[in-house]
Ligand binder design. Structure first.
Ligand SMILES: [Zn+2]
Length: 372
């Protein structure tokens, strides 16, 4: 059963306002990294729009419309998403409907998942998915039909970044959709979308999930105590998927790696720095992001420590000890400066920057800040 949105109250209340003011945009673009819940919110919103008996800010969850929406079998709720070649078809004629059973399954079972999780789920981890011309034609066809239930028709297109130039084929449809039709795009990387496409949407930016909400959710879902779940929520920066992978133990050596990095930056020895960057550069992108997220977490905790906000600290005793040991080279203002650099680096990694070059430049800057 869908719904299951974690946090994102401000987003939901904005969406609900569209309905109460009878001003639901015909084209909505949810924009935010995987793990903030874009697709889950889109599906919940579709259910809300299709529901016959909305109660306040929620779908009723009881009416026939809701039942169909929750199982992702509502005939007026259409999906499009990146796929690969279908089993007994060539790539050109394959489109999303060929993968609908798998699509329903992953959504009903996991709700939050990344593009790579999806490819894994359809046993295509080695392949590159995309949204092809056939898909665009199918979308136009589906939306031009009359709605089955006599109400709204909704299209949810997940990851328009995989449309490439095919998105031009949908321009007209997005600009002037048929009556009572809503087009919802969910992107993890708004920056790669064509301007001509983006400008036709009302964009809803998804912020990180509220730390309190994420921690509550992690606590009950993974049976963590309060300190653990708060720590991981902070570390993941409000990203459910990152939090989940941290819980599954992938961040084992992160704290040592990060403290070693700060030391190496401070020492400014080319050989040690090169070794560290080699190690970092050979890790997966996900793991690199985790390392930097941890660095950011540590720096922010240090900032709290130095601004006598000690009651609010989410460090383990061991980390606390190690951080205290940094006070001879690190100060509040230095930590703030380095946190900004790390924050930008996380952003750049998501945008596929050249990691080694970037980390070398950043490490040298951090070294200079530490030695000042
Ligand atoms: Zn309902």
């Amino acid at each position: 059963m869908i719904s299951g949105i974690i946090g994102q109250h401000s987003v939901w209340s904005q969406l609900q306002q569209f309905v109460s003011q009878d001003k639901v945009p015909h084209a909505l673009l949810f924009s935010g990294e995987a793990g903030r819940g874009g697709l889950t919110i889109a599906i919940a919103y579709a259910q809300y729009l299709l529901c016959d008996q909305k109660t306040g800010d929620k779908a009723c969850g009881q009416c026939p419309q809701c039942h169909k929406s929750m199982q992702l079998i509502h005939p007026d709720l259409h999906f499009a998403f990146p796929v690969v070649k279908g089993a007994s078809k060539d790539r050109k004629s394959t489109f999303s409907d060929d993968f609908l059973p798998q699509w329903r399954q992953i959504n009903l079972e996991q709700s939050y998942f990344s593009y790579f999780d999806w490819l894994n789920h359809i046993s295509a981890a080695e392949k590159q998915g995309d949204i092809n011309v056939t898909e665009c034609n199918e979308i136009s066809k589906k939306l031009s039909l009359k709605s089955y239930a006599g109400g709204k028709k909704i299209l949810i297109l997940w990851l328009p970044e995989f449309l490439g130039n095919n998105s031009n084929r949908l321009l007209k449809l997005i600009e002037e959709p048929p009556d009572d039709t809503h087009i919802i795009f969910v992107t993890h990387d708004e920056n790669v979308l064509l301007k001509t496409i983006k400008s036709r949407f009302q964009i809803i930016k998804l912020p990180p999930i509220e730390i309190e909400e994420l921690s509550k959710n992690l606590g009950s879902r993974f049976e963590l105590d309060e300190l653990q779940s708060r720590r991981i929520s902070l570390l993941s920066q409000g990203n459910y998927l990152d939090a989940k992978s941290m819980i599954s133990g992938e961040n084992r050596d992160v704290s040592d790696l990060v403290l070693r990095w700060l030391r190496v930056c401070y020492q400014m020895k080319a050989k040690l720095l090169n070794e560290w960057i080699d190690e970092f550069g050979s890790a997966s992108k996900e793991f690199q992001k985790q390392i930097l997220s941890y660095a950011l977490f540590i720096l922010r905790e240090f900032i709290k420590l130095s601004s006598s906000d000690e009651g609010n600290i989410s460090l383990s005793e061991e980390e606390y000890g190690k951080l205290k040991g940094l006070t001879n080279v690190l100060s509040l203002s230095k930590a703030e400066e380095i946190a900004d650099i790390v924050n930008d680096a996380i952003y750049a990694i998501q945008r596929n920057a050249n990691v080694r070059i970037m980390m070398m430049a950043d490490s040298l800057t951090i070294g200079q800040v530490l030695r000042r």
